[in-house]
Design a protein around this ligand. Structure first.
Ligand SMILES: NC(=O)CC[C@H](N)C(=O)O
Length: 380
């Protein structure tokens, strides 16, 4: 069933950036107030996957695609059990969703999950502003009795910053669970959940992997208790410089030479485990159309991204690390940001983007096959 929101009277809403710029629109989703880091996503499709990606925890997502909500909300596409974005900013919401899978409108879903949004603002101007000034804190305020601008701005400036935020444990599973292999079971993988998306264990299960998804606080003993053929570190929210626990677990895995694969936050943790630094990008990469080159094959792939931090590793030299030689395996062709790392002497690699592709192109699916090859190699 789809429901029309045409003509519904929407309360006024205001978006206030920490540098004082203000946009006025109408309430979208829940009415109230919310705060977070303002980030923009360039994905034209896949808003359900974006909203439910735990890596967006504490971020207010601005959609550059002008028309959002056309296909409503279905029960198949969420990447986790809830919407994680702290707020949602769209220019022109669909008045009537239309899709055979749609169960309700996006507006209704945001309201039902208490997610405050704003519509009817110039998202292109807002995105250009963030590109020039960088990601910053933002507040959305909606309702018929709004505070004055000075009060709203003061509240935005009191909200926590993304730099220094340690958020994985807030979004990750509290209990270990198992995603069974599809078809014949070939491998067991311990996946450390730092904010994992549902499609990631699914991509492994499709390749005959039984995935044991462990809480973010898992220790090396917890990882090896499942007797894994390989260890995986997931994507997740927050600042990688705070992830000391997962870095230590990864170092134990590198020490034992167990095949290792990391995605996004997992790539940043591998960077840190090898002794590289991480830093905050000016406004990050978010969307499903980012060109990346696999330097091991020379091939270019169009990929899904959602990251605000990156690894600081030298692009054009092999680095000596405590775990042998390492190199940058993938690079973003827009801005030369490090998009992947690999060890040359141990079975470990990671990428900064999203080969599970939910949403996004499937160009990078081969990385799951590379992980399988590492595990096969270890058995041979
Ligand atoms: N999707 C992710 O894993 C994001 C990693 C990290 N929180 C960042 O913003 O860079």
């Amino acid at each position: 069933m789809t429901t029309s929101t045409r003509g519904a009277a929407k309360a006024p809403a205001v978006l206030v950036l920490e540098d004082g710029r203000i946009f006025r629109g109408r309430a979208y989703g829940a009415v109230g107030e919310t705060f977070g880091e303002a980030v923009f996503s360039t994905g034209m499709t896949g808003y359900q996957e974006t909203l439910t990606d735990p890596s967006y925890h504490r971020q207010v997502v601005i959609m550059t695609a002008p028309h959002v909500g056309n296909t409503g909300v279905n029960d198949e596409d969420p990447e986790s059990s809830r919407i994680w974005v702290a707020g949602y900013v769209v220019r022109d919401p669909a008045r009537i969703p239309s899709n055979w899978r749609s169960r309700r409108s996006l507006d209704e879903e945001l309201a039902a999950q208490g997610v405050v949004g704003i519509s009817g603002i110039d998202t292109r101007a807002l995105t250009r502003h963030l590109r020039e000034r960088g990601a910053m804190r933002v507040g959305i305020f909606s309702g018929n009795a709004l505070p004055d601008e000075g009060t709203m701005l003061a509240e935005v400036r009191q909200a926590p910053e993304m730099s220094g935020a340690d958020l994985s444990a807030e979004v990750a599973t509290k209990e270990t669970y198992v995603v069974p292999a599809i078809g014949e079971k070939k491998f067991t993988v311990a996946a450390v959940d730092l904010g994992i998306k549902g499609m990631t264990p699914h991509r492994m299960a499709e390749r005959g992997i039984e995935v044991h998804v462990l809480p973010a606080t898992a220790t090396a003993e917890d990882v090896y208790a499942v007797n894994p053929d390989g260890v995986f570190f997931s994507n997740g929210p927050g600042d990688p410089s705070t992830a000391d626990g997962p870095v230590a677990v990864m170092q134990a895995v590198l020490e034992r030479k167990t095949p290792l694969f990391g995605i996004c936050f997992g790539n940043q943790i591998l960077g840190r485990a090898l002794g590289f630094g991480t830093y905050k990008l000016k406004y990050g990469h978010r969307g499903i159309n980012q060109p990346v080159q696999d330097r091991t094959t020379g091939k270019v792939e169009v990929t899904a991204h959602n990251h605000g931090f990156a690894v600081d590793a030298p692009l054009d030299q092999v680095s000596d690390t405590p775990y042998g030689r390492a190199e940058v395996s993938h690079v973003c062709l827009n801005d030369n940001v490090v998009e992947g790392l690999q060890l040359l002497d141990r079975p470990a690699f990671s990428v900064q983007y999203h080969p599970e592709a939910a949403a996004g192109p499937h160009d990078a699916a081969y990385l799951f096959d590379r992980f399988v090859s590492l595990m096969e190699g270890q058995r041979a």
